[in-house]
Write a protein that binds this ligand. Structure first.
Ligand SMILES: [Cu+2]
Length: 138
């Protein structure tokens, strides 16, 4: 950890990795709902940080944003577009998606902009609880 020197300078924007694996255990997140299948399952970032998903599993997965702005993960969300196709480049309250990320593959790199809690899920396994959150702070 770099110590602040009192000049209010932030460390440079970071690239954060979120691993994908259906076997990652559910985490207790009483304020956000039941989330699992990603590690970290809740990722806190600052505006301008970037995010990449890495599939450490033997199965194909996606991370696809929910078009949703609430505080707790919605149950029974239905994707409006095709989550298996890569689209979007910003983590926000829209249906950005990694598209299919093959076993041991990596997604494109996403940017963060608006602050808030942004939920996402796997196109194939959201019914099994494969859902996560990205919390973007100023
Ligand atoms: Cu999956």
């Amino acid at each position: 950890m770099r110590a602040y020197q009192g000049n209010h300078k932030r460390p440079a924007h970071r690239l954060l990795i979120i691993n994908m694996d259906i076997d990652f255990r559910p985490h207790k997140r009483p304020t956000q709902g039941r989330l699992s299948g990603y590690d970290p399952v809740v990722t806190e970032v600052h505006v301008g940080d970037r995010i990449q998903f890495v599939n450490t599993d033997d199965n194909q997965h996606t991370a696809t944003g929910y078009s949703f702005g609430g505080q707790t993960v919605p149950e029974n969300y239905r994707f409006q577009g095709d989550p298996t196709v890569v689209h979007g480049s910003m983590i926000d309250a829209s249906e950005w998606s990694t598209g299919n990320v093959r076993s041991h593959g990596k997604s494109k790199i996403f940017n963060t902009g608006p602050t808030g809690i942004f939920y996402f899920a796997c196109a194939y396994h959201q019914g099994r609880g494969m859902r996560g959150a990205i919390v973007v702070k100023p």
